[in-house]
Write a new protein. Structure first.
Ligand code: SAM
Ligand code: SF4
Length: 394
């Protein structure tokens, strides 16, 4: 076993979490707002061929970072719920051959909320998945059509019901700050959604991503997201309603009952180590005390060809300097309500955060220091998080 990186030692929960992200890059159709690495294919996907390639890439990654204990696995996409349960089982088996999987590992799969996909949930549970995350997006049929979704609100809620019956843990995503959405309408929709939630929801403000059909419509003046004040009001009611419901924000867009947080996403935000497997996946690997930022070929067929010829799909493998690593720690950690441990920052960066800048941000009420000495962004600070991080990282 290789020695673990001592910089990991200061996790708030004391654990050395290690996550495995597996990217399934296909969807049935492309939603006009989405810029994830997702592709639509007319022909059927050769899943056994992909399984072999995924297994090869997992093995190649494990050869670089052997001896880890996997605390979380996350199947993201694209639409992983298009995979056959046998494919998911084979991929989990590939992970188990490469590393030890902790007995209490969290294994999440992202699913689109259609009845066809919900029909596979039992199979996924049998394969070892213990949490699903559903892309509900809206509980309003008109909004769903405008978002280019292939399911109705009823169908999405039915899929949530199936998830609830099969999995102890599930989450769903909603997109808000949609064109013409008012705080009143959104409050009603959000309350209805929370009645269907148990321990976790992700609530994303609509982002106009460059080079998407929404960006074209936006540029042509045919799609108008809410103005800044309305967007702020929508954000504020989101925080109030979720907190009152017992699901406060633990991250900018993620809300959970305490203890119900997505452990896999915490791996990213707490700057722990993770392997990125599959087309366009990113990883952070600690090799001989140095953190490597990895990325794989994005195009599915090109990734497949690379893995089949060279055993992995890596196109980037960059050693991060301590300054880069410290910036990343700050950028990710301040997204969390729990904030960061400044002493951990100092251990990575080799220098402390600037006390004058912290004092200034304190004065403006944008950050606070907890009893245990953690530095965290305050509720008024979160809407201007980018500026707070830029100030501290400078
Ligand atoms: C990888 S996608 C979801 C998985 C699944 N394919 C689905 O659509 O149900 C993750 C989530 O990101 C959110 N998302 C994607 N593009 C977005 C955008 N432009 N603005 C806000 N949220 C977005 C959606 O809520 C989506 O469910
Ligand atoms: S939102 Fe989900 S279903 Fe739509 S294109 Fe993106 S990944 Fe695919």
């Amino acid at each position: 076993m290789t020695a673990r990186d001592p910089l990991h030692a200061a996790d708030p929960d004391g654990a050395q979490a290690f996550g495995v992200y597996i990217h399934w890059p296909f969807c049935l159709s492309k939603c006009p707002y989405c810029d994830f690495n997702s592709h639509v294919r007319r022909e059927a996907i050769d899943e056994p061929r992909f399984v072999k390639a995924f297994a090869a890439e997992i093995a190649a990654t494990a050869a670089r970072i052997p001896g880890r204990t996997v605390s979380t696995i996350f199947f993201g996409g694209g639409t992983p719920s298009l995979m056959q349960p046998a494919t998911v089982a084979a991929l989990i088996e590939g992970v188990a051959k490469a590393w030890r999987i902790a007995p209490d590992a969290e294994v999440t799969l992202e699913a689109n909320p259609t009845s066809v996909e919900a029909g596979r949930f039992r199979g996924y549970r049998g394969a070892g998945v213990n949490r699903v995350s559903l892309g509900v997006q809206a509980l309003d049929d008109r909004a769903l059509t405008e978002l280019g979704r292939m399911h109705s609100a009823r169908e999405a809620l039915d899929a949530v019901g199936v998830a609830r019956a099969i999995f102890d843990r599930y989450s769903f995503d909603l997109i808000y700050a949609r064109p013409a959405q008012t705080p009143g309408q959104w409050s009603q929709e959000l309350r209805a959604a929370l009645a269907e939630a148990t321990d976790h929801v992700s609530l994303y403000q609509l982002t106009i991503e460059p080079e998407t059909p929404f960006a074209t419509l936006h540029a042509a003046g045919k799609l108008r997201p809410p103005d800044e004040d309305t967007a702020r009001a929508l954000y504020d009611v989101t925080q109030e309603i979720c907190a009152a419901h017992g699901l406060p924000a633990y991250e900018v867009s993620n809300h959970a009952r305490p203890g119900g947080e997505c452990r896999h996403n915490l791996v990213y935000w707490r700057a722990n180590e993770y392997a990125g497997i599959g087309p366009g996946a990113h990883g952070r690997l600690d090799i001989a005390g140095v953190r490597h930022a990895t990325a794989t070929e994005k195009r599915p067929e090109a990734w497949l060809a690379r893995v089949e010829t060279q055993g992995h799909g890596l196109i980037a493998d960059e050693k991060l300097t301590l300054a880069e690593r410290a910036d990343e720690f700050l950028l990710m950690g301040l997204r969390l309500a729990e904030g960061i441990d400044p002493a951990h920052y100092e251990r990575i960066a080799g220098r402390a955060l600037d006390p004058e800048r912290i004092a200034m941000l304190h004065q403006h009420g944008l950050v606070e220091t907890s009893h245990s000495g953690r530095l965290r962004v305050t509720p008024p600070g979160f809407p201007v998080l980018d500026a707070v991080v830029a100030d501290l990282a400078a």
